[in-house]
Write a protein that binds this ligand. Structure first.
Ligand code: AMP
Length: 281
């Protein structure tokens, strides 16, 4: 039976007890409204650890003032059922006021890797992500933490932070889970009308355009980006936020395709901002 903890004290106590008993702890941080993408991370954690903790927390500090914090989809009952079915041991489900007191004043910043891509279009987003993960890692004390490659920049930033700040845990990257037609699963897909849902396929298809060009031996990054942008622009409901091809380690822009590189895109479909990527290695 999955246990639900709403306070930091309760979560810390059980994690400490598990650690003292020599049990390994796998951790999957989420914002809830769980789908098969989240489930793949959770299953991996359950199969690799003695105990698995899933956090469900829509973290206010990683949303900008104009973003969708208030309307972000929430469905605790269905999240609970999914966790129960997979064999999760504990759900950490705190209120924002539990995580951020009125006097809250400490933030964690990873430089450089956050200058580009989502870091550029979502100011302070990664500061919020790194801050909440630091807190969650201190509370849950995991041995392994599982992150999706769908949020490729997040994975890269979190790995850097864990190494730089000597966290005693290992970050595991997990493959992107897609719908059968190729759309990357996302809690934000819930916002899409049926026309928008069809239009959203342009994200994955534009990555396929890039893959085809690369397979055909093209290496000019500007040309590949232009082809992708042109492809997405044919879809009237889509508006490009960014289409970038960057070095796979430093996340800095490159001019010529070399391995490893990351082709990352963010596109508004109507009012919904979706991301997708392809890691070429
Ligand atoms: P979120 O609830 O959106 O913050 O996501 C929680 C975790 O699930 C993050 O590590 C995401 O990268 C991961 N995730 C979300 N969607 C997918 C997906 N389609 N495939 C794999 N991982 C995903």
């Amino acid at each position: 039976m999955v246990k639900v903890f709403r306070t930091i004290g309760e979560m810390k106590n059980i994690a400490r007890d598990w650690g003292r008993s020599g049990l390994s702890i796998g951790f999957v941080p989420t914002m809830g409204c769980l789908h098969d993408g989240h489930a793949s991370l959770i299953k991996k954690s359950v199969s690799q650890n003695d105990k698995t903790v899933v956090s469900i927390f829509v973290n206010p500090t990683q949303f900008g003032p104009e973003e969708d914090l208030d309307k972000y989809p929430r469905d605790f009952d269905s999240d609970l059922e999914l966790c129960q079915n997979i064999g999760v041991d504990a759900i950490f489900f705190p209120e924002p006021s539990m995580m951020y007191s009125d006097n809250y004043n400490t933030y964690v910043n990873v430089k450089q890797l956050t200058n580009n891509l989502c870091g550029k279009s979502r100011k302070n987003h990664f500061e919020g992500v790194c801050t909440v993960l630091t807190k969650l890692f201190n509370i849950v004390k995991p041995d392994y933490a599982y992150f999706g490659k769908k949020d490729a920049q997040q994975l890269c930033v979190v790995k850097r932070m864990v190494e730089d700040l000597n966290f005693d845990l290992k970050i595991i990257g997990c493959d992107i889970v897609r719908e059968s037609d190729g759309l990357a699963m996302s809690s934000r897909n819930k916002y899409l009308s049926s026309d928008e849902r069809a239009a959203a396929l342009c994200l994955n298809k534009s990555l396929n355009v890039a893959k085809r060009l690369i397979s055909a031996g093209k290496t000019d990054v500007n040309m590949i980006r232009s082809e992708m942008i042109e492809f997405i622009s044919k879809q009237p409901l889509a508006k490009v936020d960014y289409v970038e091809i960057v070095d796979g380690c430093s996340l800095q822009p490159i001019t010529c395709i070399t391995k490893p590189c990351l082709i990352a895109i963010a596109v508004y479909i109507g009012k919904t901002r979706l991301i997708d990527n392809f890691y070429y290695e």
